[in-house]
Design a protein around this ligand. Sequence first.
Ligand SMILES: [Zn+2]
Length: 89
Amino acid sequence: MIALFTLLMACSIIVGTRGRNRVLGQLAYPCAGCRQHTYHTVVHTRQWLTLYFIPILPLGALDEARCNLCGYREWITSQQVKAWFPSSR
Ligand SMILES: [Zn+2]
């Protein structure tokens, strides 16, 4: 049992995942969470498979907008991001 636990701990150190965030910009529109007209920060997140903490393979990417007032998060499509920030990619 201890050997299995040690093996699992070693694998979790060798192989893992890591997210990298990039802020694309800010937009002002009414928030669905707090109902205030406030700024939202648009963030692009890319997930990576890591080997010894070094990113080696991209797993996927997501875009989200976070309300600066209440922290409400909503997923947004890549087409919407391209329309809002045409020079971001
Ligand atoms: Zn809000």
